[in-house]
Design a protein around this ligand. Sequence first.
Ligand code: AMP
Length: 204
Amino acid sequence: MRLIFVGPQGSGKGTQAKRIAKRFGFCHISSGDLLREVTGDLKLEVDKFMNKGDLVPDELIVRILKERLKKVDCKKGFILDGFPRNVSQVKELAKITDIDKVVEISISDEESIKRISGRRNCVKCGAIFNVNSSPRPKVEGVCDKCGGELVQRADDNEKALKERLKVYHKETERILKMYKFMRVNGNNSIEKVEADIVEGVGLG
Ligand code: AMP
């Protein structure tokens, strides 16, 4: 099964992609994570775009994604989380692979801003918490799982988030017109959203 999850920042697409990929043995490919793992001189270049909330150049992310899809853990299927994000990326993806289902997880901009402003990431194990909702860390600033420090992502500040939402509405939403897609309500609980996706894409 080859899936794409689309949704605004904080819609929970990363959380859902992780859960469903683990449950069904697919690989979870987060384009944002792939870009955050870039090192060396290229990292400086990538950070210039990411920290402002702008998309990195298509050619770069397409190249990175192509390599990732070749890895053995993607054999049984994959979930793309954060890619494609514009029309040209849809066209590039079509040259690389077919896609079975596209899922849009929808939430309002207000909800997105609320969720993202509370998001905290563990610097050590990458676990994600939320000081405004769940999962809330038991001790402020400390990861429940490994004791690592919890920090806010550089692009989770208000200015960058506004830009990211603008890009989402202007560019990413347009890609939904290029696919037959199903929409799930991202305001529901994590379990309910997961169940809706699993049923909707025919995995249930
Ligand atoms: P995310 O972790 O999905 O919120 O992505 C964080 C940032 O990574 C975005 O704001 C972009 O700067 C960059 N990024 C992630 N995916 C893509 C993509 N498909 N194309 C271009 N830039 C991307």
